[in-house]
Design a protein around this ligand. Sequence first.
Ligand code: SF4
Length: 78
Amino acid sequence: MPVKTHKYSNGEVTVVWKPDVCIHSAICFRGLPDVFNPKNRPWVEINGASTDKIIDQVRKCTSGAVSYFMNAEKNDEE
Ligand code: SF4
């Protein structure tokens, strides 16, 4: 079965979330609650912080449930 993913883009960066991988360790929403807030739907508010802050926080996810790519790089590949 393919891994479920959700994508959230602000036009510059895209955050990819894999709900089945997420261990709900809360690292992301303690670190950047303006973006990652499980009480909200969708729970990722991609416009809640700058691209740099989002990337910093995504890198701290220990499980790999969230990752990111820069939209410009992705477009180059295609
Ligand atoms: S840091 Fe990663 S594993 Fe933890 S809640 Fe956030 S997305 Fe899920």
